[in-house]
Design a protein around this ligand. Structure first.
Ligand SMILES: O=C(O)c1ccccc1N[C@@H]1O[C@H](COP(=O)(O)O)[C@@H](O)[C@H]1O
Length: 207
């Protein structure tokens, strides 16, 4: 079955929709410039609503070790999704002993990774020129680019997915897992429980 991560959860309604409809992972954005940003304390409150539920993924942009440590002291995380180079990913993994997922921004087929240097690659489009954040911009890749790509390790597709296009994206790319943030929101930073439910259902429709 296709695995699904619902990212950028920051309120009870969104969190409950993601867990209640069977998301495999929920994501908390620890990046202040994001409209979905949460504090570690807020993530901990949400996280406690569903003990033993989906995996909890913390999203960090160019993080220092201290920032990750501060989060982990407050909220248990099962994986760290980072926007940083592969060398930094290895150091973070060694330091914290958690799976590290690395965002791989792709513009042309030459950008597709040939080697796995982390626990999971997030294949997504590069941000638009002048964007204030490296992801979460609702920009999608040319999915056809991935059609002949042999993934060197676990990966997921992200960027510009929504309930109306996720099934086609999976069909074209062969993605085993997908990640969404903007595409299940009524406005930036506000998750829509109905769209979360629709996304999970659409991602899991059998071929
Ligand atoms: O969601 C954010 O605000 C965010 C901020 C900084 C880096 C990444 C962010 N989100 C991630 O971006 C992709 C695509 O998101 P979208 O569905 O196009 O909005 C996804 O991996 C999010 O986890």
């Amino acid at each position: 079955m296709i695995q699904v991560k619902i990212c950028g959860l920051n309120d009870e309604a969104g969190f409950d929709a993601a867990t209640g409809h069977g998301a495999d992972w929920v994501g908390f954005v620890f990046f202040a410039k994001s409209p979905r940003a949460v504090t570690p304390e807020r993530a901990a409150v949400l996280s406690r609503r569903q003990a033993g539920g989906p995996g909890r993924v913390g999203l960090f942009v160019q993080p220092e070790d201290d920032e990750i440590r501060r989060c982990l002291d407050r909220v248990p995380l099962d994986a760290l999704q980072i926007y940083a180079g592969a060398g930094r990913a290895a150091a973070i993994r060694a330091r914290f002993g958690l799976p590290v997922w690395v965002a791989c921004g792709v513009r042309t087929p030459a950008d597709l990774p040939g080697h796995a240097r982390c626990d999971r690659m997030l294949i997504e489009s590069l941000p638009p020129e002048g964007a204030s954040r490296p992801g979460g911009n609702a920009t999608k890749l040319d999915w056809q680019m991935l059609a002949g790509w042999r993934a060197p390790g676990p990966w997921m597709l992200a960027g510009g997915l929504d309930p109306s296009n996720v099934a086609e994206a999976i069909r074209i790319t062969g993605a085993p897992a997908v990640d969404v943030s903007s595409g299940v929101e009524s406005e930036p930073g506000r998750k829509d429980p109905n769209q979360i439910a629709a996304f999970l259902a659409a991602a899991r429709v059998p071929d």
